[in-house]
Design a protein around this ligand. Structure first.
Ligand code: GRF
Length: 210
C-alpha cells in the first residue's frame, strides 16, 4: 500500500481528483495518509476532512524562521510515514533540506508542457496568461519529480491540451485541469504505487509491465 502525503495551498481540485480516483479504483493500493496546507483557509483542507483524511495546516507565519518551518514540515511528514509526497497546487518553493530529505519521493503537477511556461514566477493563472500572450496553440500539464530547481526534475507524464482562439486564462486553466491535470496526476500515482515508474540515465519512464 502506497501511503501518500498531499501538499496543497488552495482549492484542491487535484486533491479531489486523487480522492475520487482512489474511491473508484483508478488509483489502486494507495491511501492518503495526510494532507498538509500552508494556508488555514484552503478549501483543500475541507475536502480532505470531508473524505475522512487527516488534514493539518503548517503555516510559515506560525514559525519564526524558514528553518523552523521546514523542520515542522519534515517532522510531520516523517511521522506520517509516507512513501510519496504529492505537490498538488502547493505554492511554497521547497527548501534544499526538504528535497534532500525526501529526494526522489516528491512529485509535482505543473499546468503547462514543461520546459515551456515553467520556472520562477510561473504559477496559477499566470501560466495560462503567458500561454495566451505568446499565442501558442497547444499547452497542457506535466507531472514531474521534484529536484532542487523550480520545475526542473525528471518528467514522468504529460498531456497536451488545445488552446482555443477565444480562450481567456480562466477558461484555459479550467480545460487544462479537466483534460490533463485531473487525469495524469492520478495515473502517475497509480503507476508509482505499482512500481511502474522507472528511472534510467536521469530520465523517468513509465513501464507497461505490472
Ligand atoms: C493547478 O493548476 C496545479 O497544476 C498548480 O496549481 C493549481 C492547483 O489547483 N500547481 P487545485 O488547488 O488543485 O485546484
Amino acid at each position: 500500500m502506497l501511503n501518500i502525503a498531499v501538499l496543497v495551498s488552495g482549492g484542491g481540485t487535484n486533491l479531489q481528483a486523487i480522492i475520487d480516483s482512489i474511491a473508484d479504483g483508478r488509483i489502486k493500493d494507495t491511501k492518503i495518509g495526510i494532507v498538509i496546507s500552508n494556508k488555514k483557509d484552503a478549501y483543500a483542507l475541507s475536502r480532505a476532512k470531508e473524505a475522512g483524511i487527516r488534514a493539518v495546516c503548517i503555516s510559515k507565519k506560525d514559525h519564526k524562521s524558514r528553518q523552523d518551518y521546514d523542520k515542522a514540515m519534515i517532522e510531520t511528514i516523517k511521522e506520517a510515514e509516507v512513501d510519496l509526497i504529492v505537490l498538488a497546487g502547493f505554492l511554497i518553493v521547497l527548501s534544499e533540506d526538504f528535497v534532500r530529505e525526501f529526494g526522489g519521493r516528491i512529485i509535482n503537477i505543473h499546468p503547462s508542457l514543461i520546459p515551456s511556461f515553467c520556472g520562477d514566477g510561473y504559477y496559477g493563472l499566470k501560466v495560462h496568461e503567458k500561454v495566451i500572450e505568446r499565442g501558442v496553440k497547444v499547452t497542457g500539464a506535466t507531472v514531474h519529480f521534484v529536484d532542487k530547481g523550480t520545475d526542473t526534475g525528471p518528467i514522468i507524464m504529460q498531456k497536451a491540451v488545445e488552446v482555443k482562439n477565444d480562450d481567456c486564462p480562466e477558461s484555459l486553466q479550467r480545460r487544462v485541469m479537466e483534460e490533463a491535470e485531473w487525469i495524469i496526476l492520478p495515473k502517475t500515482i497509480d503507476a508509482i504505487a505499482h512500481g511502474r515508474v522507472i528511472m534510467k540515465d536521469g530520465r523517468a519512464y513509465i513501464s507497461d509491465e505490472v
